[in-house]
Unconditional design. Sequence first.
Length: 413
Amino acid sequence: METHLADFIRDTTAGREAEEILRRCVHCGFCTATCPTYQLLGDELDGPRGRIYLIKQVLEGAQPTEKTRLHLDRCLSCRSCESTCPSGVQYTRLLDIGRAVVESKVPRKGGDAAMRGLLKTLLPRSRLFGAAMKLGQAVRLVLPPPLRAKVPPLSSAGPAPRGAHARRLIALAGCVQPSMYPNVNGAARRVLDRLGIQMIEAPRAGCCGAVRLHLNDAEAARDDARRNIDAWWPLLESGAEGLVMTASGCGSHVLEYAHLLQDDPDYAVKAARVVLTTRDVSEVVAAEAAGLAPLLQACAALPEGERELAFHSPCSLQHGLKIRGTVESLLAAAGYALTAVADSHLCCGSAGTYSVLQPVLSKRLLSNKLAALTAGAPAAIASANVGCMAHLQGATALPVKHWIELLDARLSS
Ligand code: SF4
Ligand code: SF4
């Protein structure tokens, strides 16, 4: 696509990157067919090709409007279009650039600005969020149903393994997962311990930064990345192999650290090393197949009625990290029979803060996703990301678990 970027952006890092991305797009429209918001709304401007065109116009100097911003706001950043695109267009990087420019030219007002400010303040602060979640859990039963759906019951991390191993991996506790689903990292710690790997955490690490980036605060997201790198660096220097991510949303964002900090002379090299050594927990467990197989063979058979399982692959896992089939193979090896799930490439509508900021579209996506997940009459639903788990669990009576929790339970049987 031919571009003529305006003076205000042409010679900046963002401008050069946007130009390169725009030039790759041949406007074929293949991506439109797999875009969840286009499928719901049927408007070209609510699909990737239309959004790319809107961003191009703005970067070429056109004045954006609130309508421009709305079409960009409706994007889930799910990256389904990137999986489909034959030209390798890095759509979400262009979207981040476009959103930042549009936001600066059409500032938000009133309730929209206040809600985004609240989300940016509350979600990334794990202590503040944890205190609010504890309060919600204490009064959960008397909460109005829409709010109750967003508050999982109180749970624990389960027993911590006592053993130490020469092999160590650093886990990210994250911002919301410790208070909503503490058993996820608890289960990962126990499974990795059985495979001879010690999972450790850096207490000063916090939110990966995805929340702030998706709310158009790239500088704050860079600060989150720098703080985490500072927390992880001494552990990496003292022999930890790398990082293991139990939330695919965080993992997908941490892989962006090198890009986010490319112009930071103090952090660019460190960020590149972090990216090189970061793996999703499914990749770590799958790499230990030889050690896992005898442990699974020693497990009791799954009781009748518990075998059927539907797996919801988060967008961050399949489109962001491009991990497809790995979790499914691990669950099958653990004795589960995975039911067929139609349109498994489509987002469930959680998408970070999307369920709060775009509740109508989010609910429609959730309803479609649950219909697809329950079509095969599973006994439970498995996923790989805290946001999807909370979103799905809020609308179904079926148990929704992280797959590592299911594997941990199997290995304990
Ligand atoms: S599939 Fe790729 S090249 Fe084709 S319109 Fe979409 S982003 Fe552009
Ligand atoms: S990121 Fe998802 S919602 Fe956004 S344009 Fe691409 S496919 Fe559509």
